[in-house]
Design a protein around this ligand. Structure first.
Ligand code: FRU
Length: 435
């Protein structure tokens, strides 16, 4: 199926994309690496690191693959990881995945997940690949699923977090410490007290003035609450001593996973994968599949993470128009309105209903086994909706809540119908430039 390219979201050069990796500001450029499988539209063959860079989040350069799974330590995938800078050298740390042939469950046996490091002086060419830790170095109660290193500096030492699945099917985040980035020692672990799944993927550490948080993707929650309906979850725990408490969902849509923040950037900027592992997707087009979220600036207010599109994204808006009731706009648009009342909004087959302090996103007519997602106990007063062909990013109440999803329809434009909304402002979104 041929499909229109996205306008202002980063797609893979070809083939498959998942998590953003190694997000870093280095030598005046933002580097955005990502999980790339250029040989398989479903991402099952050869995970490598794809690479974009930009100075302004408007014009991007698409580079050659930065890391290939070409050694004995990562031959079945250069999995997710992060970046750190030391003495003007950029270091990327990631998980080298190795699968053994034979009769294995690949949880308790049959797999290696190695901590691997590569380095670069210019941010584009990486060398000196080495394996720094392997499964024998992880605590004994860990299964073979220990991955996704996220690096940071604290009190003059280098630290890294790894998500882990334990033998009793609970999860934790391991922390290692190093003086030189080469030799790593086990330091401590953080354990969820409630909302415990069997695995945590892609941990990241975030701080505000009073608290630290681990943003991550827990797998295997017991799905009692309406908000935890996706295959896996994505949210953040507050760190209390060694405990992870007060889990909050980060996004309330269908497709949001593996968020990571930029290292060494003045603003706290996060990007995520608008997708989810083990989910069904329709966007298996001729030559590409999956996309990254827009870069979002993060702040903490009232103990919650607030997410807003960065200013550079807002600079892509042009042709401001005002509408009420029914109208049609381009499928590369931003729509904003104030909500004083309950409302119903349809964008082609996408339906949003705000009623009795509940916001429902209904994608059941947009294919792919999608039904409804909800935000409960909410007073909606402001909506900002970004549409990019098959991508939907909704920011509610100035980013206090978000709903992110793919959707599929065959219309060339967006037909909009409203009930209960006085006035809507729309902008056409210019595309980013890819060199
Ligand atoms: C999350 C994830 C990571 C892993 C990577 C492999 O989507 O499963 O845990 O490192 O994707 O592509």
């Amino acid at each position: 199926m041929a499909a229109k390219k996205l306008n202002y979201h980063l797609m893979p050069r070809k083939g498959w994309l998942n998590d953003p990796n190694g997000l870093v500001f280095f030598h005046g450029r933002y580097h955005i690496f990502y999980q790339a499988d250029e040989d398989d539209l479903q991402g099952r063959m050869n995970k490598a690191w794809g690479h974009y860079s930009t100075t302004d989040f408007v014009t991007y350069t698409r580079h050659e693959l930065a890391i290939l799974p070409d050694s004995e330590y990562d031959m079945n995938g250069a999995y997710s990881g992060s970046a750190i800078i030391k003495e003007d050298t950029l270091y990327l740390f990631y998980t080298g995945n190795v699968r053994y042939a034979g009769n294995h469950d690949y949880i308790h046996s049959g797999r290696e997940q190695n901590l691997i490091c590569v380095e670069s002086k210019d941010g584009f060419n990486f060398k000196n690949k080495r394996c720094l830790l392997s499964n024998k170095d992880y605590p004994r109660d860990c299964t073979k699923h220990v991955r996704d290193p996220k690096l940071f500096i604290s009190e003059g030492n280098y630290h890294l977090l790894l998500g882990a699945r334990l033998h009793d099917d609970t999860s934790c985040v391991l922390e290692y410490i190093s003086k030189d980035l080469n030799s790593w020692k086990y330091f401590q672990r953080y354990t969820p007290k409630k909302d415990v799944g069997y695995m945590i993927e892609c941990p990241d550490l975030l701080k505000n003035e009073s608290n630290s948080f681990i943003m991550c993707c827990p797998q295997g929650f017991v799905k009692e609450q309406e908000i935890f309906k996706n295959v896996y979850d994505c949210g953040y725990y507050k760190i209390k001593g060694k405990d992870l408490v007060e889990y909050q969902a980060l996004d309330y849509g269908f497709d949001f996973y593996a968020p990571q923040t930029f290292y060494n950037s003045k603003r706290l900027i996060m990007m995520a994968w608008i997708g989810m592992p083990d989910n069904e997707y329709l966007d298996i087009y001729d030559d590409w599949n999956q996309t990254l979220s827009m870069p979002r600036q993060i702040e903490f207010k009232e103990g919650r993470m607030i997410q807003k599109p960065i200013d550079e994204i807002l600079s892509l808006r042009k042709e401001k128009k005002k509408y009420c009731r029914s109208f049609a706009i381009s499928k590369s648009s931003n729509i904003e309105f104030e909500a004083d009342n309950e409302f119903v909004l349809s964008l082609n087959d996408i339906k949003m209903v705000y009623k009795k302090n509940e916001l429902c996103l209904d994608l059941s007519k947009c294919n792919c086994n999608r039904n409804k997602r909800y935000i409960q106990n909410i007073k909606v007063n402001k909506m900002s909706i970004f549409i990019d062909e098959t991508v939907l990013e909704i920011f509610i109440n100035d980013g206090r809540y978000t709903m992110t999803s793919r959707f599929y329809d065959s219309n060339n434009q967006l037909n909009i119908k409203t009930e209960g909304i006085k006035e809507m402002i729309t902008y056409e979104m210019k595309g980013v430039k890819i060199l």
